[in-house]
Write a protein that binds this ligand. Structure first.
Ligand code: SF4
Ligand code: FES
Length: 688
């Protein structure tokens, strides 16, 4: 551990640190452009120059290893002069269009120029023009502003794991772009907007719509998948203007997926903002009282065992617990939060959680993927697996359909019988398993939504038991959920009670008439055509498939419009906050359900958010430990049985349209179009 002196202060830093890190440890701020702590060092902008004793000229501190006895100075006249020189050089070609540049107010170049920049330019020639590149529907480019720091290139190749951005030309003719003009295909591409230290890369949907100081910033949680990425929602008035990542080392580090970042425009489209009741075959706007009365009239004439409730993928825990209590009061056992029919049970918590934790992936040396495509199901989990692979010494293997996961994967087989062979010790992979110190298995929804999902889960458990996946100091058994509501729903026990029907059973019941009233809490991903003559009450925020089929619509709040709790796939409860108010008459879901319980004559004693949360904590300790992980005991789960030989496939077909918000988003639709037909991302004159 070298000890060095920075501006007269002695610091000891871990071996392998750079001079820049030593300066940071000493509390000195050194300006940077190309350096980023999560990317490889490029050392090409020279902004971080510092003086090092016995060195003839200033040195780039980000690329210089810290050595014992070094004496570093960060604020001498020579350093100041060097920084001024670097900025003068950078500004030669920079267009200085700050008044219209979207990065204004968040631009590193603007900030540093204010401190060190020259007050006039000695450059009298023409500035260098560079053509803008077409990187698809998400990223706007103004490449004349680019300072060639290469952060975007390094992110796309190192972290996103695709080779689509690079530099062409040399010296004055160097340009950053895709080799062939096309949309970047990474689902993490939006992060390069945050990384770009100047205004060369901007968000296309957000461009020219607001200035940073006009925005109201709310720290909350994403629900586009079950990772629970920490995000910041920036709103202007009633409209969400952009979604940005928030640092959380345990979950998303400082990245988010493109769906999380860009699907927000769906929040303003196809919204349900007034209660509706179907009259003469048509849904007509009405008031809350009439809508509740329509539900009451139906529930009163229906027997409890003919009423069912299905919970959708983005429901919050507050709404779910009130729904559970309401259904219990009505007296029906038919309730289910596993909209896609996943064969996971609510009892043994270790059986439905990502026990290793997302950060824990970095400790594993062998990762077995079963029926999952983490790249599209949980992009940040995939980024963590890639990070682990880049560190070296880890094997990643897969059972299921093959696709590019951005790191090399050993394909062991397509169907669950391969898993059975490994459990029986008859597969060559067992040799690797024996050597692994921290093996982990990730069972995806592609394996669990099948009829034999319970048997596959039981097999995976057997593997974990027989091959050292679970010990006192390590739990390598993981289920990767895709729905933000799922782990919370299971924690709260939203599964069929004694004699109750699951989702498939309820749909079947609707078809045969055994179920005549179905309550959908934001459930849109079931086959609505199979619901027969059932009376459907849809509570949710978007006019998606559920609302089209509904007889009564109760308008709810979307994830940015309520203070609510979600439990991520790790079993970590996190609180989201209200960033904008719900539109029109829409309300927080738990409030609607509480009011409905009164209208139905089953008033629940849950009158405040505090009482609802206390009820949640009564059911599961997870809700008493916000942001933490409550360890789950290793108990039996899964159902013994035969597995079917069919190949395991990932359930997600269109990454850009997995929920009602994404389906309403014009940006997501444009991404889908660009991803399936890349040639169309460059529009011609005939496109208007
Ligand atoms: S586009 Fe931005 S991030 Fe990429 S090299 Fe240029 S300045 Fe750096
Ligand atoms: S930050 Fe050190 S050279 Fe760019």
């Amino acid at each position: 551990m070298p000890t060095l002196t920075v501006d007269g202060r002695e610091v000891t830093v871990p071996s392998g640190s750079t001079v820049l890190q030593a300066c940071e440890a000493a509390g000195r701020e050194v300006p940077v452009f190309c350096y980023h702590p999560r990317l490889n060092i490029a050392g090409n902008c020279r902004m971080c120059l510092v003086e090092i004793e016995r060195s003839p000229k200033p040195q780039a501190s980000c690329a210089m290893p810290a050595a014992d006895g070094m004496v570093v100075r960060t604020t001498t006249p020579q350093v100041e002069k060097a920084r001024k020189g670097v900025l003068e050089l950078l500004l030669i070609n920079h267009p200085l269009d700050c008044p219209i540049c979207d990065q204004g107010g968040e631009c590193d170049l603007q900030d540093l120029t204010l401190f060190y920049g020259p007050d006039h330019s000695r450059f009298a020639e023409n500035k260098r023009p560079v053509d803008d590149k077409n990187l698809g529907p998400l990223i706007a480019t103004h490449m004349t502003r680019c300072i060639h720091c290469t952060r975007c290139i390094r992110f796309i190749s190192e972290i996103a794991g695709i080779e689509e951005l690079g530099a062409t030309g040399r010296g004055e003719h160097m340009e950053i772009g895709t080799w062939i003009e096309r949309a970047v295909t990474s689902e993490l591409s939006g992060n390069i907007i945050d990384l770009c230290p100047v205004g060369a890369l901007n968000s296309k949907p957000y461009e020219y719509r607001a200035r940073t100081w006009e925005l109201r910033k709310t720290e909350t949680i994403d629900v586009m998948d079950a990772v629970g990425c920490n995000i910041r929602v920036d709103a202007k008035g009633q409209e969400v203007m952009r979604v940005l990542p928030r640092l959380n080392e345990e979950i998303n580090e400082e990245w988010i997926s493109d769906k999380t970042r860009f699907a927000y425009d769906g929040l303003m489209r196809r919204r349900l903002d007034v209660p509706m009741v179907r009259v003469d075959g048509k849904l007509r706007p009405t008031d809350w009282r009439t809508a509740f009365e329509a539900v009451r009239a139906r529930v009163q004439t229906s027997a409890p065992e003919r009423i069912g409730a299905i919970v959708g993928d983005m429901a919050d825990a507050e709404a779910m617990v009130v729904l559970k209590d309401l259904m219990a009061r009505i007296g029906t056992p038919h309730i289910d939060c596993r909209q896609d029919g996943a064969q996971v049970e609510a009892g043994a918590r270790a059986g439905y959680r990502f026990n290793t934790t997302i950060a824990g992936i970095e400790r594993s040396d062998l990762i077995l993927l079963v029926g999952t495509n983490p790249r599209y199901e949980a992009s940040l989990v995939n980024a963590r697996i890639r990070k682990r692979w880049r560190q070296g010494g880890a094997t990643i293997a897969r059972i299921g359909a093959a696709f590019d996961l951005t790191y090399p994967v050993q394909d062991l087989g397509a169907g669950p019988e391969t898993l059975a062979e490994i459990v029986a010790g008859n597969h060559s992979f067992c040799k690797l398993l024996e050597k692994a110190e921290h093996p982990m298995i990730i069972v995806g929804q592609g394996a669990l939504v099948r009829k034999d999902g319970g048997a596959i889960l039981a097999l995976a458990r057997k593997l974990a038991d027989s091959h050292g996946f679970v010990r006192d100091d390590w739990n390598g058994f993981n289920v990767l959920h895709t729905a933000a509501s799922r782990a919370g729903g299971l924690e709260l026990g939203l599964v069929p009670g004694e004699g109750g029907r699951d989702v498939a059973g309820m749909i079947d019941g609707c078809r045969t008439g055994a179920i005549d009233t179905l309550f959908l809490l934001g459930a849109d991903e079931i086959d609505m055509t199979a619901l027969g003559d059932a009376f459907v009450v849809y509570q949710g925020h978007h006019g998606d498939t559920g609302a089209h089929r509904a007889d009564v619509i109760l308008p709810g709040a979307a994830y940015t419009e309520k203070s609510a709790t979600w439990v991520n796939t790790e079993g970590r409860a996190q609180r989201g906050k209200l960033a904008t108010f719900p539109p029109g008459d829409a309300k927080e879901d738990w409030r609607i359900l509480r009011a409905l319980s009164e209208a139905l004559g089953h008033a629940l004693p849950l009158n405040s958010l505090g009482q609802v949360r206390a009820r949640m904590a009564e059911i599961s300790p997870v809700f008493d430990a916000i942001d933490e992980i409550v360890p789950a005991p290793w108990e039996p789960f899964g159902t013994e049985g035969e597995v079917d030989g069919a190949a395991l496939v990932s359930g997600l077909i269109n990454y850009y349209a997995t929920n009602s918000i994404a389906r309403a988003s014009a940006t997501m639709a444009a991404c889908y179009e660009a991803s399936v037909r890349p040639e169309d991302s460059v529009k011609t004159g005939t496109h208007g």
